[in-house]
Ligand binder design. Structure first.
Ligand SMILES: Nc1nc2c(c(=O)[nH]1)N[C@H]1C(S)=C(S)[C@@H](COP(=O)(O)OP(=O)(O)OC[C@H]3O[C@@H](n4cnc5c(=O)[nH]c(N)nc54)[C@H](O)[C@@H]3O)O[C@H]1N2
Ligand SMILES: Nc1nc2c(c(=O)[nH]1)N[C@H]1C(S)=C(S)[C@@H](COP(=O)(O)OP(=O)(O)OC[C@H]3O[C@@H](n4cnc5c(=O)[nH]c(N)nc54)[C@H](O)[C@@H]3O)O[C@H]1N2
Ligand SMILES: [Mo]
Length: 748
């Protein structure tokens, strides 16, 4: 028996390996709140849905032009033959159409481990053969990434990772914590690269015990894991609510004029809109009460409380994964600026607490340990969530953050480490778009829906089958990830697959630089060590890490606590922001200059097409939110979870009143539908969701019956595939209306 340490996006674990077989995992000792997710790893690793051997789709071999994708089966071929085919296709397409015709965006979370990070591998490889059409932004925060540089002069990831008050500082100073979208304990279980010590829930418990006023705004009470005042606003109405809070501040003399004058620009251009002088509609609490269904008096009381106590406003990433998702991000900044507490300990604004594990941890940031990706000769890149638009409309014009662009003509898609049939919206539309390219290559450990829709499927190892180094942003631990088991079936590491292809395309040496895996690990690790030493952090050598398995670096704790924007607040001329004015931009000349009706020069309330207050609600009266799943990461480990009796279709939470109105009961298998599609779900009832809203987590593998109804409960057959706005062009999954009815036929 041998208990090695492993790590994953959902944290570290101890692995029990018997006779070369992974039999069980148990929690890592340093984790006070270990997630249960790791328990599924053994069942998933040996699951019958593993891709055993390279496989080529029958219809592709017959030259069906993509028509059979997702319909026909695959034939297994030996590795050499598969690699010859893929190398041949890459070469053919780049010669005939140029490298721009290869879509290598390959968005996805892949798995933990720094070297074998599939996206770094695929991008490095494609750069070696002349480049590829890339994707920009993320499904997580595309809209926020587009807007915050205009407002704060800073990339959103820098804002959400480094420029928010640490938990320690909040505990010490904050009196009122207003959480738009809550601070989610289930989401804090995971972190890109790992989250070792899960502390978010403990911090929230402490805030509650200390008597901090906690307010959750959003459709689900449980989005905050401790008791809080719940304002069950309609989904998509947050901007209106924030405007009304701002209106109270303005009309009751509670605005911090000095802060606005010193640290912001453009309030005088925004104020006429707030007061209704420019559009005839004052943004009063009564106005917002109609939109959000939060009583006007509640809004007034909250605004006064925010102005008279040390207050942080937090905004979850989910708010911007919706139509006009840029607006709540921008308006929250304006509201915080009016309160004037930005730059004070425990005051101001923070985006993304709880979205992943490391956010809010007091931590020294260290760079490095990433595989160098080289340079992409192709300049074309699309906003990540516009993939179906791109495939449907080569040469088509679109606007994105001030630029007029056209979609490239894609002939070959290459995907390693992501699952578009998990992450994209309106899957029935994606399925059509996916038929367009000539060839689709996917590396996958499992027969996911994406793999089943690919022409050539190359079996990849999981992270447990190879040696790697584990480390994550916002986490003090370093892991040596020894291979726990031998590769399953004929699976190969992504690195080995790309090395084989690079050889065939005469760039073997460029891709590998003559290094094997061990050489790369040492090389990346040594660079990381040197970088850390430059920051005054001593990192033990690789041999020591190998022996120890896990090492905690001395980079976290109260000494590293952050109070963001202090220097800026003290002297905005000496420490300006990266905006054109050097100030927080309440009005942005740049954004106004784009001339977009859907994102003018200051934040505005714009009703989405699909929300409970609009015309579409007459036909589809329920708002569907599709949050992240609590029991896994996205679609990963799903095959094992789905095997548990009664686990599929997935649970969908509904208010008892809405269920009664439809004659539905807890446990019923229901049909959830709109004009875009339909799926099954297992009904669960709860008073903790506001009436009119249903919540179904993402992650079930899409599989449809003959009339197209998704059997497992994948909400993305229902979601809308439209960009957040012309600024962000992000995914707008949370803006979706549906209806729910009993399913006549409940046979599996
Ligand atoms: N409706 C709705 N949709 C959403 C969201 C939502 O809130 N609502 N959220 C969106 C968000 S924020 C995100 S980030 C996306 C997530 O979407 P994805 O990141 O695409 O989802 P994953 O399931 O993590 O996909 C990773 C895939 O990589 C595979 N993989 C793991 N390790 C390896 C490896 O070593 N090599 C290779 N080749 N493959 C590997 C896994 O088996 C899995 O299929 O979903 C988005 N979709
Ligand atoms: N266990 C687990 N954790 C994860 C992930 C996972 O797959 N599994 N994925 C990770 C990833 S990639 C990301 S990007 C983050 C995402 O983190 P978030 O984007 O913050 O999380 P979501 O789960 O999409 O949504 C959180 C809640 O927002 C609420 N909500 C939806 N629409 C609105 C609205 O209009 N207004 C308000 N006020 N609330 C609304 C919903 O009730 C939902 O439960 O989570 C990460 N954490
Ligand atoms: Mo994400």
């Amino acid at each position: 028996m041998n208990e090695r340490v492993g790590t994953s996006h959902w944290g570290a674990f101890r692995a029990r390996v018997e006779d070369g077989r992974l039999v069980a995992t148990r929690p890592f000792e340093a984790d006070p709140n270990p997630p249960g997710i790791a328990e599924m790893i053994p069942a998933a690793v040996y699951h019958r849905d593993r891709v055993a051997r390279p496989a080529v789709r029958r219809g592709w071999l017959d030259g069906d032009g993509g028509a059979g994708r997702g319909l026909d089966g695959h034939v297994e071929v030996p590795w050499d033959e598969a690699l010859d085919i893929v190398a041949g296709e890459l070469d053919r397409v780049r010669r005939a159409h140029g490298n721009e015709a290869i879509f290598g965006g390959s968005y996805g979370w892949a798995s933990a481990g720094r070297f074998h990070h599939a996206l770094s591998q695929v991008h490095r490889f494609l750069n070696c053969i002349g480049g590829y059409t890339a994707s920009l932004g993320s499904y997580s925060t595309a809209a926020a990434q587009a807007i915050t540089p205009h407002v704060f002069g800073m990339h959103f990831l820098k804002l959400t990772w480094g420029n928010l008050n640490s938990w320690e500082t909040i505990a010490e100073h904050t009196e009122t914590l207003v959480m738009f979208g809550g601070i989610s304990a289930k989401n804090a279980q995971v972190g890109l690269g790992g989250a070792t010590r899960h502390q978010t829930v403990d911090w929230l418990r402490r805030f509650a015990a200390d008597g901090m006023r906690l307010v959750t705004v959003g459709p689900q009470r449980a989005d905050t894991p401790v008791a809080s005042d719940w304002l069950p606003a309609r989904p998509g109405s947050d901007t209106a609510l924030m405007l009304a809070l701002a209106h109270v501040l303005e009309s009751e003399g509670l605005v911090d004029r000095d802060f606005l004058a010193r640290c912001t620009v453009g309030y005088e251009r925004f104020r006429p809109y707030l007061l209704g002088e420019s559009d005839g509609q004052p943004k009063t609490p009564e106005w917002a009460a109609e939109i959000s269904e939060i009583p006007a008096d509640t809004i007034r009381e909250l605004a006064r409380r925010m102005a008279t106590t040390r207050t942080i406003l937090t905004v979850s990433w989910s708010l911007q994964r919706a139509e006009n998702g840029e607006q709540p991000i921008w308006m929250a900044a304006v509201l915080a600026a009016m309160l004037g507490q930005i730059g004070l300990p425990g005051g101001g604004i923070g985006y993304g607490y709880g979205a992943t594990g490391g956010i809010g941890n007091a931590m020294k940031r260290l760079q490095g340990l990433a595989l160098p990706q080289g340079e992409n000769q192709v300049r074309t890149a699309i906003p990540v969530a516009r993939i179906a638009d791109m495939l449907f409309d080569p040469g088509g014009a679109y606007q994105f953050n001030g630029r007029d662009l056209t979609y490239p003509d894609i002939r070959l898609i290459y995907w390693a480490g992501g699952n578009p049939f998990h992450h994209h919206q309106d899957l029935n539309r994606l399925k059509q778009a996916w038929r367009v390219p000539e060839t689709i290559v996917v590396h996958e450990p499992w027969w996911t829906t994406t793999a089943r829709h690919a022409d050539i499927v190359l079996p990849a190892t999981t992270t447990h089958e190879r040696e790697d180094i584990g480390r994550a942003n916002g986490d003090p631990f370093l892991f040596h990830m020894a291979p726990l088991i031998a590769p399953v079936g004929e699976a190969r590491d992504d690195y080995a697959i790309f090395s084989g292809l690079a050889d065939r395309l005469a760039v073997g040496e460029t891709f590998t630089e003559g290094r094997d895996v061990e050489d790369w690990l040492r090389h990346l690790y040594d660079r990381f060590r040197q970088g850390a030493a430059g920051e005054g952090v001593e990192v033990p050598d690789f041999e020591t890490l190998k022996v120890e398995g896990a090492i905690e670096l001395p980079i976290s704790g109260p000494d590293h606590a952050v109070v963001p924007f202090t220097a800026f607040r003290a002297d905005p001329d000496a420490a300006p922001l990266g905006t054109p004015s050097g100030r927080i931009e309440i009005f942005s000349e740049t954004v106004a200059g784009f001339g977009y009706e859907d994102c003018p020069g200051h934040p505005v309330w714009r009703a989405p097409v699909e929300w409970l207050g609009g015309a579409a609600a007459a036909t589809y009266p329920l708002h569907l939110v599709s949050p992240q799943p609590a029991d896994k990461l996205h679609s990963q480990l799903e095959c094992a979870l789905a095997d548990v009796p009664e686990a599929r279709p997935v649970r969908m939470v509904m208010h008892p009143g809405d269920a009664a109105a439809r004659g539905l009961a807890s446990g019923d298998i229901v049909r959830v539908f709109n004009d875009r599609g339909a799926c099954r779900a297992r009904l669960a009832m709860s008073e903790d969701i506001r009436p009119g809203v249903v919540a179904m987590p993402t992650g079930a593998w899409h599989d449809a019956d003959d009339d197209g109804t998704d059997l497992n409960g994948n909400p993305n057959v229902l979601t809308r595939d439209v960009g957040t706005s012309r600024i962000g062009q992000g995914p707008s999954a949370h803006s979706t209306l549906v209806e729910v009815a009993a399913l006549e036929d409940t046979s599996p």
